[in-house]
Every structure is written in structure tokens, then in C-alpha cells.
Design a protein around this ligand. Structure first.
Ligand SMILES: [Zn+2]
Length: 271
């Protein structure tokens, strides 16, 4: 990824998301590797969303990575399995899922999905915007190179909290290595908590809620279950949040309704 923007002395607020996206598209790494796939930008609610859903990187399964594609680009265009998980997790309406299930996937489908993300107050993005022709994850160096830009992206979008899908995403964002199984057992027993944070280069720290990876080799069922727990949680307003730098033992948020559903779950984690 080009480094000039990430290390630019220009204040972050002077850079728009559109400018950042052009910067992603001029990525020297893909140029050198002659990667024909298009970059996939973040999409959804771009100003102070309640949630930023973060995954690792796009693959060729996203229709917008095709060199011939000219429309909007954001994660999981054409990947129905992901939107089913969001639907089961309470973050995607049945009506729009019906549109998603229709074949073929058209520009109308893409627009309906984007509108739904905005309605739900979600910004959806990947740590790395470069698309790969296989499901392999990028190497550590790539995450390191792209972190300044991701940090800027968060500073522009200013989400209230991040939902990090997959152990690797959690580890890259928080610098902490957690076992998702243990985390899941903990929140089933005690309720959701905000004990992990992403600390960008500038601006306030952002709470990170770990989740299972929702597709492929991940755990779609458990990912949806954690999304449901997140959806039912009453989160403190941002101004009420204690500073994570003064101690990471923020009080556990409470379930607004149906806490019994959490304890009734019989599914044990798969990863
Ligand atoms: Zn690239």
C-alpha cells in the first residue's frame, strides 16, 4: 500500500474517504505483483456508525474485484453466505435478504445491501483492501504496511465500536492473542464486555468486540450468535465510557432483553 498518505503531515480530517479509496487503488504492492483484481473499499455508514465490522481481506469471490466491474465496491458483494450470517445475527433485514437470495446478483442487489448497511448503522471494511485470487490470508508484513491507512480510515469514520471477525483480525487490531472459544464462554456467562481496544495512531481508542469468522473455515453459526448478543446489549454512550488508558476493566454492558437466550445456547465453539 502506498505509504505517503499514511505518513502524510496533512491532518486526517483534511483527507476524505474518497481520496483514501483512490489511494488504495494506486497500491504499489498490487502493481508489482500484477494483481488484476480491484481493491475493495469500506462501505455503509461512513460517519460515526454504531458499529464497524472488520474482516481480513477480500477475495475474488467478491464480484466487485473483477477488472471488468465498474460499480460500487465494498466487502462481500455477491457473497450471500455473509449476508445470511448478518441476518441471523439481527443486523440485516429479512426483506433485503430476500433480494440477496435472488439470482443473479445485480447492481440493484448491491444498492439494496448498501442501503441496508446504512440503515443498520454499520460501516463494513477489511484490514487489507487488496483482493486475492485464493482464500489465503495476507502475511504479517502486509498488515503492518496497511495499518497506518486503516488507522486513518477509523479516524475518518469514527465508529463507536468495532466488531472484529476472526482471531487474526482481533490480534491485528488489539495486539492481543485471545482464544475465541474462551471469550465466547465468558460472554455467555457474564454478558458482553468491552475489554479490548484498537488504539489508532491518532484519536480515541475504539472498543473491539471479538467474533468468530463468519464464512468459509470460520463459524457462521457462532458468528451470528455473537452478533445477536451484541445487538441485545445496551451500550454506554461514548461520553460515559471510561478511558481505556486508565485501565481496561470497563464495566460489562448489560443485556437489554432476553438474557436467558444467551444461557440457553447449546452450541460449543468450533474454533
Ligand atoms: Zn493492493
Amino acid at each position: 500500500m502506498a505509504k505517503s498518505l499514511g505518513s502524510s503531515p496533512r491532518p486526517a480530517h483534511a483527507i476524505t474517504l474518497a481520496e483514501m479509496n483512490r489511494h488504495f487503488d494506486a497500491c504499489p504492492r498490487c502493481l508489482t505483483a500484477r494483481n488484476p483484481l480491484q481493491h475493495v473499499h469500506g462501505g455503509g455508514t461512513t460517519e460515526r456508525p454504531g458499529y464497524c465490522f472488520v474482516l481480513i481481506n477480500p477475495t475474488h469471490r467478491n464480484l466487485s474485484t473483477s477488472p471488468l466491474y465498474e460499480g460500487l465496491r465494498f466487502p462481500f458483494i455477491g457473497v450471500r453466505a455473509f449476508w445470511r450470517v448478518l441476518n441471523r445475527g439481527g443486523f440485516f433485514s429479512d426483506e433485503v435478504l430476500q433480494i440477496v437470495e435472488m439470482k443473479p446478483w445485480t447492481d440493484r442487489t448491491t444498492k439494496a445491501v448498501l442501503t441496508e448497511l446504512k440503515l443498520q448503522g454499520i460501516y463494513l471494511t477489511n484490514l487489507v483492501k487488496c483482493a486475492q485470487p485464493n482464500p489465503e490470508v495476507p502475511d504479517r508484513r502486509t498488515f503492518f504496511e496497511d495499518m497506518p491507512l486503516f488507522s486513518r480510515e477509523m479516524l475518518l469514520v469514527r465508529p463507536s465500536r468495532i466488531v472484529a471477525f476472526g482471531q487474526l483480525t482481533v490480534s491485528v487490531l488489539t495486539g492481543q492473542s485471545i482464544r475465541l472459544n474462551d471469550y465466547y464462554r465468558g460472554i455467555r456467562k457474564m454478558g458482553m464486555s468491552t475489554e479490548f481496544y484498537f488504539r489508532p495512531n491518532e484519536g480515541p481508542s475504539i472498543p473491539v468486540l471479538p467474533n468468530f469468522f463468519p464464512t468459509g473455515r470460520g463459524s457462521p453459526k457462532l458468528a451470528a450468535e455473537i452478533l445477536r448478543l451484541i445487538k441485545r446489549t445496551t451500550w454506554p454512550e461514548q461520553s460515559e465510557r471510561p478511558s481505556p488508558r486508565r485501565g481496561c476493566s470497563e464495566a460489562r454492558a448489560s443485556f437489554a432483553q432476553h438474557p436467558q437466550d444467551v444461557n440457553n445456547s447449546s452450541n460449543l465453539p468450533l474454533m
